[in-house]
Structures are given as structure tokens and as C-alpha cells.
Design a protein around this ligand. Structure first.
Ligand code: Q9C
Ligand code: ZN
Length: 342
């Protein structure tokens, strides 16, 4: 399968992540992509395509216009205010502060449009986020034009980005933008299978009221894991979307036997739904050595589950999400693609 990739991901090179009370170099770093392309090249799978420019219409079909405008100017507002570091929110419209009015000043805007505080906005972050959605859209069109599968090597990732909030290293929801684009290109029903360790809260929120996009997610139980406030099994959709969200929260130290059983249930849901196309939010932070996660998948398990996903027999778009054990991120990601193609 082809890989859509651009060097413009390097434009996202934040120096700070608020982690455990200290500022550390972000886990979501450019080397992640280098490890993946190195492994693709090593296995002779490096069939790369540059992304096309899809403009803002597919973004504005998913995200709030005020949010998009904020992202486009946040770094400039922050820099103009004279702050020395990167843009980190410090105040939120929390339970006891109003959410009714959008402030003008950058600290207020950051709190209004952020869902978490670890994702510093740095110079170039917006441009990288734009390139990342174009990677996803270009790969979506490969699939809609007849390729059995395509790999969107997106960075920054997207599944935590909701209609109007960024966080969890995500700015624009690449998978959601691509899935919606595939709907517009003739796939009547699209299923999204989110296998990143973390719950895809943004994707869930975006499609929560829709019955044309099924959202299935396997993730660390929010009782113990980021994003902490969404991803419970009783979240099943609302209105017309009731029954079109399926969450599989899994416990600390879940081994592949447990994870794989949930995957099979999720794939059954996708088969029952009658999807015309599949989008896989591919995070490999389920790996046993991932530094910020708690599942126990081994490298060979990624090959195995790639094969199980192929069993769904659907045109499939893989969209890169998380995965932070940098030495193994390449092996594990390419194992999924290899297992799918085997
Ligand atoms: N103690 C993605 O995988 N912080 N985002 C976790 C753990 C945020 C992950 C802190 C993790 C965001 C795309
Ligand atoms: Zn993740």
C-alpha cells in the first residue's frame, strides 16, 4: 500500500510538554516519523506519495470556524503578548467559571479552546496541522479511487481534537476529516476503528449524533487513563447516533488476549453496521514499552491484529495517531500494515 507523507511534519517541533509537574521535551516528537519511514524503507514498503492541498472546506465541515481561526493565529497572539516560552493554557472555563463568552486575550482563548494542558502551541504547529490533514485526505482519496488500503503518515496526530478543542497532542482531527470526506465521495457508511491506547474523544464527539459513521474505540479505561473524562462503555451515541458509538475501555496491564478479544467484538460491530469503508486510527502506544501507556502488546501482536483488520474485507485507510516508544514505533506500525497485507 502507498504511504502519504510530507516533511512538513517537522514544522511541529515543540520544545515543551507539561508532564508530571515539569516541562519535558514532548513525547510527540519528529523522530517518531523518522523511525516509521526507516522501517518502511527497510522492508521495501516505502512507496511514498506527497499530499495535495485540499484547502479549508473539509476542515470546516468538521471543526468550528472560531476554533480554526484561533488555531491559525494562536502562536502569533502568544508571541505578540511578549511571553518567552511556548503557549500553554493555565485557566479554563471549568465547572465554576462561565463557558458562555469567548474572551479576546490569548490566555483566555487558550483555556477556551484547549481540553488539556500538555500540548504547547509553538511556531509552525498550525502549518504542520494543516499538512497533516492533507496527508489524511490524500490517502482517503487513494482508497476512494480504488486502492485496497492506504497509509496516512499523519503528524501531528488528531483523534483527541474535537469540533472546537485541541489537546492530547492533537489540533485537527485527521481521521474525522478523512472519514467525512469519504462519506462525500460515495461511501454511504464509514466505520472508524480507533486502536490508539487513548480514547478518541474528539472523534467520538464529532460523530456522536450521526448514524452514517460508526465509531469503535479500544482504549485504557478512563478511570485510569487520559483523556480521563470520556470513553466509558455506556457512551453509545445520541439522537440519530444512538447505537453508533462503541467503547471498549480496558484495564491496566491488559495483555493481547484481552485486547484482541475486544478487537474481535469491535470488528463484529463494524460488520453488523455494514460499512462501505474503514478508517483505522492507528496508534501504537498499546505497546508494552510505551512510556505513557499501560497495555502489554508485544511487537508480534501488531502483525496479528493487522491480519484481523484485513478480515473485515473493507477498503481501509490507516491514519497515524500516537505511539511513543520511539525505537519500536516503526516496527510496530509497519507490522500492522504488513499483517494487513499478508
Ligand atoms: N501520564 C495521543 O496518543 N498525556 N495522545 C498523558 C500520561 C497526554 C496522547 C499523560 C497523552 C496524549 C495521540
Ligand atoms: Zn494515544
Amino acid at each position: 500500500m502507498k504511504t502519504v507523507f510530507t516533511e512538513r511534519h517537522y514544522l511541529r517541533n515543540s520544545k515543551t510538554e507539561l508532564y508530571g509537574g515539569t516541562l519535558v521535551r514532548p513525547f510527540e516528537c519528529p523522530e517518531r516519523i523518522e523511525f516509521i519511514t526507516a522501517e518502511l524503507d527497510k522492508r521495501g514498503l516505502g512507496d511514498y506519495v506527497e499530499p495535495a492541498d485540499y484547502g479549508m472546506d473539509p476542515v470546516l465541515a468538521i471543526h468550528d470556524a472560531g476554533f480554526v481561526d484561533f488555531l491559525s493565529k494562536a502562536w502569533q497572539l502568544w508571541a505578540d503578548s511578549g511571553y518567552k516560552g511556548e503557549a500553554i493554557p493555565t485557566v479554563w472555563p471549568s465547572r465554576s467559571l462561565s463557558v458562555d463568552r469567548i474572551p479576546k486575550q490569548i490566555d483566555g482563548l487558550l483555556g477556551y479552546y484547549a481540553l488539556a494542558g500538555e500540548t504547547s502551541i509553538s511556531e509552525g504547529s498550525w502549518e504542520a496541522a494543516l499538512a497533516s490533514k492533507d496527508v489524511a485526505l490524500t490517502a482517503a482519496d487513494l482508497v476512494m479511487n480504488g486502492d485496497r488500503a492506504a497509509f496516512a503518515l499523519c503528524r501531528p496526530p488528531g483523534h483527541h481534537a474535537s469540533t472546537s478543542q485541541f489537546g492530547g497532542y492533537c489540533f485537527l482531527n485527521n481521521a474525522a476529516i478523512a472519514a467525512n470526506h469519504m462519506r462525500g465521495k460515495g461511501a454511504a457508511k464509514v466505520a472508524i476503528l480507533d486502536v490508539d491506547f487513548h480514547h478518541g474523544n474528539g472523534t467520538q464527539e464529532i460523530f456522536y449524533n450521526r448514524d452514517d459513521v460508526l465509531f469503535v474505540s479500544l482504549h485504557g479505561d478512563p478511570v485510569d487513563a487520559f483523556p480521563h473524562f470520556l470513553g466509558y462503555a455506556d457512551e453509545t451515541g445520541a439522537g440519530a447516533g444512538e447505537g453508533f458509538t462503541a467503547n471498549f475501555p480496558l484495564p491496566v496491564a491488559a495483555p493481547y488476549e484481552v485486547w484482541g478479544a475486544a478487537l474481535d467484538e469491535g470488528l463484529k460491530r463494524i460488520a453488523d453496521f455494514g460499512a462501505d469503508a474503514l478508517v483505522v486510527s492507528l496508534g501504537v502506544d498499546t505497546f508494552e514499552k510505551d512510556p505513557i501507556s499501560f497495555f502489554k502488546l508485544r511487537s508480534q501482536d501488531f502483525t496479528d491484529y493487522g491480519g484481523r483488520i484485513a478480515g473485515a474485507n473493507l477498503p481501509t485507510l490507516f491514519v497515524m495517531e500516537g505511539g511513543y516508544a520511539v525505537e519500536e514505533i516503526g516496527i510496530n506500525t509497519v507490522n500492522v500494515l504488513d499483517g494487513f497485507e499478508a
